[in-house]
Structure formats: structure tokens, C-alpha cells
Design a protein around this ligand. Structure first.
Ligand code: DON
Length: 554
């Protein structure tokens, strides 16, 4: 068989050296952490649908992947049901009522660290209400059952992975500024080693209350009371009234098409969906793909599309409930044609010459994405986050969970760079009740009206480009889904005017790019994709080899 396999694969039209996704006939779960993947598969096997499994995975990751998995943060769930209906559940954090435009500027007008660390960095968390909303509207299993795997993982513990041990240790400086975080996540300096059991009794009790009483506990009950009290004692902004008034927003997904495929993705307050649709539009018809994946020419065209979109993003994108986002202008075929025509075939356009369209009308940063498909044909693609790794680094006494630092996704000072070096404008300035602009981009690609590819990634602004790259790797470069995920990535965000490349681009490709005028910067890794492709009656699950993620199906 060892010798036969390459021949069989070649016969199936695949080069023998391709990376193989995990294949299954009925259902598939791809997440960043194996216990969470297993929790999702168990729910599906017990008759739950993709949304039920997404709820169980969301809570499980809050226990086993503390850098990003959360109940103290927020995110987006993109759902496509077997009957073709789609939904976008926005459970992202909102600015507390006491938030104000210049709250993160010191007396001389300089941004402080308060938007990234400590009690003042958190927006009102949405995860618990978001998962409850999804469960009630689109799930079919009892809520309490969906929390059981997470409760067990918290109260009985789970073996810490190599990556988690490393990650906790590397965040020790920030976490140790807050006694509860230091005690729970750093064991007061006796760091967890890979293989040791991590038990979280306080989190277990919080989850148990949420299981028994529903999201009401988190927003109006004991959890809300303790959280508001801790916030008040430490100068945080979130009050009992903020928690009580938190609402989930179900929005219509953004849709578009590319080379005959349909794309269903994230609307504002994500900047990701409009980004991938605009960039695909710019690429379509350039013939860039003929140069081959990873060629200087393909990277050039894609980078120029990225540069132009991120200039628009800086100027125009924000929470559409508060500011006017010119979606139809940004996606207008004539505007896209103008962008395409402005790309020179052999030369990078300096970012100083690229401006947003006018329309009438070092800190480790972690988020996580998981993708689930069930046997009935439903899909849930979820990206949720604390924003930075371990969020604000604050754990409230007695509650056992970390809080987000999502307020940094606003423009603390419009026109100046935030934690991701991103320049953002007035559209994304802080206002009470507003949602900070996001780059999270869960996406589903359809072929002939049927699911073909579902995916998403963490990575702050790089998310948008990562999702774009995996989509074109499959659609334009004909890679299988695992190769498409593995393939070396790159990123350009207009400002700073630099092209960031993962390892894997050859020195002569880099030389060609530099000759065209790019400033090339190496980066270690970009993104952590979790993708599923639907092909010939199979589900192909592709976790990201940059992570400890797993795919499991049946
Ligand atoms: O919503 C956003 O765009 C950011 N809060 C995402 C942060 C992130 O992906 C960090 N991950 N590596």
C-alpha cells in the first residue's frame, strides 16, 4: 500500500506530494484545539446540528484555548442552513456607555496603553448572549447539554498542550500584572508544562451557572454582579446597566460573486467581507493567476489589490449602525474597474499615491476561528476573540475568565496607528454603544448554489488577506484545501507600505518583488485557518499546520 498510494493519488488527478486534508462523508469539525474539536464531533454524533456543535465548541475553547477562546469577548457566527437560508450573528463587544472619543489619550493627546491592557480596555462582552441566541434560533439541542463538555474540561481539567504552555509563558509579563490571572494562568509563577493538567474551578462554576440559568446569569445575574463590582473597584467602564442592555445583532450576510462562485461573508462591523469582495473583483479578469501561485506576478497583483482596499478601509469602514459605510460604492463595478486599471503590471504603486475612493453616498495577538459542517448540510463558521492574546489580561475575582481588550479595535486616535499598526479614521472613532470595526471574516463559497468551501482565520487585519489567499489558492490555483491552507502567506495593509512574507518565498522571487519596488519584510506566521471543502460527496477538513488545530469527521 505504501508504494501504491502515490500511484492511486496520481490516478485521482492529484500530485502525490499534496498535503492531505481529513476526509469524511457526513460531518466535519475543524478547530484550533483537539478537545474542542472532539466536543463538537460528540455533539454532532448525538444528533446536534452544526450550530449546536458551534455553541459547544465556543464554550470548550473558552476553557482549553484561553488566549482566544472566551466568554469575556465577542465575535461573529456565519450560518448557512441546508435549505439555503443564511444568517450572520454579530455578538461582538460594544463600547460601554461611559466610553468617549478621547478616553485613551493622555493630557498631551498621546494614546496610552489603556486600550490594550487592564480594566479600561474591555468592551461589553457578547459571546454568551451570542451563543445563546444562535442556540435558541438555529440549534436543536438543549442549552445545558452544549455546555457540558466545557464544564467538564474546566472542573476536571485537561492536559496542557505544548503550544499552550509556551503561549502562557510568553504572556507572563502582562498576565502577572493582575493577581487573579497570575494565580490561574501562571500558577503564581510555577508555569504549566506540556502534559500537566489544568483545572479551572472558578470558570467551571461560572459555566455551570450559565448552563443552569442561561445567558441571563452573565448579563443580569451573579456573574454580572461580580463583574460589574470588580470593574467598579478597578476603574473599569462596564456597569451592570451595560451588561443588562447588551444585545446580539443578527445581520444579513454580505454576498457577491467571483468567477461564477457565490460568496457569503461578513458585513460591517466587519471590514473583511467587503474587503475580499472588492479584492476578488479587482483580480478578476487580470489573468494574474496564469503566473502561478507564489510567483512575483501573482503576489504583485494581489498585493496591489490589498493596498487599495486597506486605503479604503482606513477611511470608510466602521459600525454601519453609527456611521455611513458606502458599501455599494466600495463594491461598485465601475469603481473596481478603476482600481484594477490603476495597477501597473511591473511596478508597485507607492502607498503615498494610493488614496481611499470618494463616494457620494508586539504583543502576541490571538483570535480563533472554527468551521463546522453537519450531516444535514448546515454550516457554522465562527470567528471569536478577546482581541489580543489573553485580551486585557484581566481575570475578574471569582469568575475565572479573561476579559477582552476589544476597545483597541476602535481608532483610539483617528489617523494614528493602533496595536496592529493599522490606521483608521473617524468612521471608527469611539462612541458609547458602538461596535469597534473588525477584520474577522468568516466566509462560505458556493458553487452552483451548493457549499464548496467554508473558512476563516484569526490575525487582526491579516485575516482579510489570509481568507482571500486561501480562496484564490483553491479557486484560481487549483490547490486542494489542505495545500491551500498550508501555502505561504503574505500581507499588505496600505500603511505601513511594506509587503510581509511568510517563509517559503524563494530569494529570486523576493528579488523580483524588490525590483518592482516593494519593501519586503519577513514574518514568522500569518493566520490560523480552519477550512472545510465540500467535493464529490466528501467533506475535506483542513486545520492549519501553523497551529495545534485538528479536523475530525465521520
Ligand atoms: O476583530 C478584529 O479584527 C480583531 N479583534 C481580531 C484580532 C485577532 O485576530 C488577533 N489574532 N491573531
Amino acid at each position: 500500500m505504501g508504494r501504491l498510494l502515490p500511484l492511486l493519488l496520481m490516478a485521482a488527478g492529484m500530485p502525490a506530494w499534496t498535503a492531505q486534508p481529513v476526509r469524511a462523508r457526513h460531518a466535519m469539525v475543524v478547530t484550533r484545539e483537539r478537545h474542542a474539536t472532539q466536543a463538537g464531533v460528540a455533539v454532532l454524533r448525538a444528533g446536534g446540528n452544526a450550530v449546536d456543535a458551534a455553541v459547544a465548541v465556543g464554550f470548550a475553547l473558552a476553557v482549553t484555548h484561553p488566549t482566544a477562546g472566551n466568554i469575556g469577548g465577542g465575535g461573529f457566527m456565519l450560518v448557512r442552513l441546508a435549505d439555503g437560508r443564511t444568517a450572520f450573528i454579530d455578538f461582538r463587544e460594544r463600547a460601554p456607555k461611559a466610553a468617549s472619543r478621547n478616553m485613551y489619550l493622555d493630557s498631551s493627546g498621546k494614546p496610552t496603553e489603556d486600550s490594550t491592557i487592564g480594566y479600561r480596555a474591555s468592551g461589553v462582552p457578547g459571546t454568551v448572549r451570542g451563543l445563546e441566541y444562535a442556540s435558541q434560533k438555529y440549534g436543536k439541542k438543549p442549552w445545558e447539554e452544549m455546555l457540558r463538555p466545557a464544564m467538564e474540561l474546566a472542573s476536571k481539567g485537561f492536559p496542557v498542550s505544548y503550544g499552550t504552555a509556551q503561549s502562557l509563558r510568553s504572556s507572563a509579563r502582562g498576565l502577572s500584572r493582575f493577581p487573579e490571572s497570575k494565580r490561574i494562568f501562571l500558577r503564581d509563577g510555577k508555569y504549566y508544562e506540556a502534559g500537566e493538567t489544568f483545572v479551572q474551578p472558578e470558570l467551571g462554576r461560572t459555566l455551570e451557572r450559565i448552563a443552569r440559568l442561561g445567558a441571563k446569569d452573565f448579563y443580569e445575574g451573579e456573574t454580572a454582579r461580580l463583574l460589574a463590582q470588580d470593574m467598579a473597584e478597578h476603574g473599569g467602564l462596564i456597569t451592570a446597566a451595560d451588561l443588562k442592555s447588551y444585545t446580539v445583532k443578527e445581520r444579513r450576510p454580505l454576498t457577491g460573486s467571483y468567477r461564477g462562485y457565490s460568496i457569503v461573508t461578513a458585513p460591517p462591523p466587519s471590514s473583511g467581507g467587503v474587503g475580499i469582495l472588492q479584492m476578488l473583483g479587482v483580480l478578476e479578469g487580470t489573468g494574474y493567476e496564469k503566473a502561478g501561485a507564489g510567483s512575483a506576478t501573482a503576489v504583485h497583483y494581489m498585493t496591489e489589490a490589498m493596498r487599495r482596499y486597506f486605503a479604503d478601509r482606513a477611511e470608510h469602514l466602521g459600525d454601519a449602525d453609527f456611521v455611513k459605510v458606502p458599501l455599494s460604492g466600495l463594491l461598485d463595478p465601475n469603481y473596481i474597474l478603476k482600481l484594477r486599471k490603476s495597477i501597473e503590471a511591473e511596478r508597485a504603486t507607492p502607498s503615498s499615491q494610493v488614496h481611499a475612493g470618494v463616494f457620494t453616498g508586539h504583543e502576541s495577538a490571538k483570535t480563533t476561528h472554527y468551521t463546522i459542517a453537519d450531516a444535514e448540510g448546515n454550516i457554522a463558521a465562527v470567528t471569536y476573540t478577546l482581541n489580543g492574546g489573553y485580551g486585557s489580561k484581566v481575570t475578574s475575582a471569582g469568575l475565572g475568565f479573561l476579559l477582552n481588550n476589544e476597545m483597541d479595535d476602535f481608532a483610539p486616535k483617528p489617523g494614528e496607528a493602533n496595536m496592529y499598526g493599522l490606521i483608521q479614521g473617524e468612521a471608527n472613532a469611539i462612541q458609547p454603544g458602538k461596535t469597534p470595526l473588525s477584520s474577522m471574516t468568516p466566509a462560505i463559497v458556493l458553487r452552483d448554489g451548493k457549499p464548496y468551501l467554508a473558512l476563516g482565520s484569526p490575525g487582526g487585519p491579516t485575516i482579510i488577506n489570509t481568507v482571500l489567499e486561501v480562496i484564490v489558492n483553491v479557486l484560481d490555483f487549483g490547490m486542494n484545501v489542505q495545500d491551500a491552507v498550508n501555502w505561504p502567506r503574505f500581507h499588505h495593509q496600505w500603511m505601513p507600505d511594506e509587503l510581509r512574507l511568510e517563509p517559503g518565498y524563494s530569494p529570486d522571487t523576493i528579488a523580483l518583488l524588490e525590483k518592482r519596488g516593494y519593501t519586503v519584510k519577513p514574518v514568522n506566521a500569518q493566520g490560523e485557518v480552519a477550512a472545510i471543502r465540500f467535493i464529490n460527496g466528501w467533506l475535506e477538513g483542513a486545520p492549519d499546520p501553523r497551529t495545534e488545530g485538528t479536523a475530525e469527521g465521520y
